[in-house]
Design a binder for this molecule. Structure first.
Ligand code: ZN
Length: 317
């Protein structure tokens, strides 16, 4: 099963899934870019669904402005699937410090996956087990564990979060997503997770395409991990044509079953409903046309439908 904010669903019923967005987000390294308005985030998500998708992973981990109750309400009202995250991001997002690292993170992650996501992350400063967010009297639960590492660096606290993610994965089978900086240190990361019992096939490497190196991507895919392609709407560093070339080369090398597509739009200034550009719907309205033209319908369906279904289904491989 895949655990969405409204409950568990059969993976085959998910449809086309964007593996990486944020309907709510707040971070000290992104001042002025908060996503914190439920009505605007719902409008953005509704436009995104109309662009040809059936759902998303909301990849915002603990302490970065999560709104689990609002996610569940948005999912219910729009009929779009939303998988929410537990987990801890890379250190840079917790510049103000906080009590999270003093907690038993493995227990916190497991609790959010199986019991419910804290209604307010702020309460992690007061108690290890805040009351969960509810919808229709039922708790909203996480379906994925999100962690993060820095550019060629895995700090002590990031390593501890990865080990906690591994422990929670071993109990639940929930998939693991790791934020990387330009896909650096991926072999090291996969080695660390594997030593803690997480098979590479249960791991998604977020932002792999910020380093559009088809050779590196083929190596990561051959190791079993999923490659997150999520830079199309953020092409300051690489034009979409470069991402499409890299994607096509990886698929031609036989790794079409290891690719996940996302937008990671993630900023107030990029959400149309908050007055920005290009909006979540960029992926469906603009980028997807080019992916389809390049790869054909069958491979595009593999990437949009089959791969997220396999990745998001809880299993310990
Ligand atoms: Zn993200």
């Amino acid at each position: 099963m895949v655990r969405t904010v409204l409950g568990d669903v059969e993976p085959s019923t998910l449809g086309a899934i964007d593996y990486h967005e944020h309907l709510f987000h707040r971070s000290p390294i992104l001042p002025g870019e908060d996503l914190d308005d439920p009505a605007a985030s719902e409008a953005e998500f509704a436009a995104f669904l109309r662009s040809g998708f059936d759902g998303i992973v909301d990849a915002t981990p603990i302490g970065l402005g999560r709104r689990p109750g609002a996610l569940a309400t948005i999912a219910a009202r729009t009929r779009g699937a939303i998988v929410a995250a537990t987990g801890r991001h890379r250190d840079a997002h917790y510049a103000g410090g906080g009590r999270l690292d003093a907690l038993d993170l493995a227990a916190v992650f497991e609790r959010e996956l199986t019991v419910g996501i804290a209604a307010s992350d702020d309460e992690y400063g007061v108690t290890d087990a805040p009351a969960p967010a509810l919808i229709d009297g039922r708790p909203v639960r996480a379906g994925l564990i999100k962690t993060g590492i820095d550019y060629w660096r895995i700090s002590t606290t990031e390593r501890a979060a990865l080990e906690a993610a591994a422990a929670a994965h071993l109990v639940t089978g929930a998939p693991v997503m790791v934020h990387t900086e330009r896909a650096s240190a991926v072999p090291e990361l996969l080695g660390l997770l594997e030593a803690s019992g997480v098979a590479a096939t249960r791991v998604a490497i977020a932002h792999a395409d910020r380093n559009p190196d088809a050779g590196l991507h083929a190596e990561i895919a051959a190791a079993g991990a999923y490659l997150g392609y999520d830079g199309a709407a953020r092409y300051r560093d690489h034009p979409e044509s470069v991402l499409l070339d890299c994607l096509a080369a990886v698929v031609e090398a036989g790794h079409g079953d290891r690719v996940l597509l996302g937008g990671d739009v993630a900023r107030r200034s990029s959400f149309a409903a908050y007055g920005g550009m290009p909006g979540l719907a960029y992926l469906g309205d603009r980028h997807l046309r080019r992916v389809r033209a390049r790869l054909g319908d069958a491979l595009t369906t593999t990437i949009l439908v089959d791969n997220p279904a396999a990745y998001l289904a809880w299993s310990r491989a």
